[in-house]
Design a binder for this molecule. Structure first.
Ligand code: NAD
Length: 296
């Protein structure tokens, strides 16, 4: 049994931390929202009133925070984790943030003799609860091997993408493609439906033809085609439009930084921005279908 600190107990962090407890580890937790620590306490975790206190005596620290600014806030400054942790502690940030911020924090950690990994995840809240996440890791291979036993409790696939920040780059490449695929799938289904095709039949045709993709086969955006998809429960739950918009913004920033051309990624970002501005930011991202669907 190891002592593990877990900071950021939202939609993803809470189920991930619960899985570490179930595997027999001692959890020390912190979240700015006091209410989000209650369930963890009930499950046997010790909660603290600051992130700095929560990492005392921890062998490894996990963070699962919304965006770059929150991660900087938690790690940097006189009360930040980079100052607060004990020598030898392994730092693993699972948030999806700018690759540049992950690189910068890993460099600061290295200056203090600490190893830090960026380990963003794919698999959503269902994967976090089931312990089937995919971890996409950037950082030193040796640090990844230290983290692997814990990552394998929370996930079923662990990839080493490369050096610090590489996990973030790989994650946003995947999510940029996902955003494009979902918009393209919605466009194709809406075109077919406008011509009187049954979206269920059209989806079956695409699934056995050259346009097949994850969105049509496993996460269909048309209501009723897949009973378990968010589209069939009014786009509740799942992966929010606001989070997809954040990831597409990270992809755009990354493209600008390297002078890369991502015209489809940028178009997708604009489509999701328009969709979010129409009051859909809390709905699952497959609700982008609403932008295309004829009202008739
Ligand atoms: P969330 O907003 O539900 O949870 C974030 C938690 O961090 C909240 O409980 C918040 O109170 C806490 N927090 C914020 N600032 C803090 C601070 N300074 N100190 C301590 N706690 C603080 O977000 P989430 O859905 O759990 O997502 C977390 C990260 O995982 C994001 O980067 C997101 O992009 C990524 N992600 C989410 C999903 C998903 O389906 N929700 C899937 C893959 C990746």
């Amino acid at each position: 049994m190891d002592t593990i600190a877990f900071i950021g107990l939202g939609h993803m962090g809470k189920p991930m931390a619960l899985n570490l407890i179930k595997a027999g580890h001692a959890l020390q937790v912190y979240d700015v929202l006091e209410s989000s620590m209650a369930e963890l306490r009930q499950a046997g975790a010790r909660s603290f009133s600051s992130s700095a206190e929560s990492v005392r005596g921890a062998r490894v620290v996990f963070t699962m925070l919304p965006a770059s600014e929150h991660v900087r806030q938690v790690y940097e400054g006189p009360h930040g984790l980079l100052q607060a942790v004990e020598p030898g502690t392994l730092l693993v940030d699972c948030s999806t943030i700018e690759a540049q911020v992950s690189q910068d924090l890993a460099a600061q950690a290295a200056q203090r003799g600490l190893a830090m990994l960026d380990a963003p995840v794919s698999g959503g809240t269902a994967g976090a609860a089931a312990g089937t996440l995919t971890f996409i890791v950037g950082g030193e291979a040796q640090a990844l091997e230290q983290a692997r036993p814990y990552l394998e409790i929370m996930g079923k696939a662990v990839f080493h993408a490369g050096k610090a920040g590489a996990g973030q780059v790989a994650k946003i490449c995947n999510n940029m493609l996902l955003g494009i695929l979902m918009a393209g799938t919605s466009e194709a289904l809406a075109l077919g439906a406008a011509h009187g095709l049954d979206p269920q039949v059209l989806s079956s045709i695409i699934a056995r033809s050259s346009g097949r993709n994850w969105a049509t086969e496993l996460y269909n955006p048309w209501p009723g085609v897949m009973p378990d998809a968010p589209a069939s429960r009014e786009y509740e739950g799942g992966f929010g439009t606001a989070l997809m918009l954040k990831d597409l913004g990270l992809a755009t920033d990354a493209a600008v930084r390297q002078h890369s051309a991502t015209p489809l990624g940028e178009l997708a970002r604009n489509l999701y921005a328009l969709h979010a501005a129409q009051g859909n930011e809390k709905l699952d991202f497959s609700s982008i279908l609403k932008l295309y669907r004829n009202r008739s």
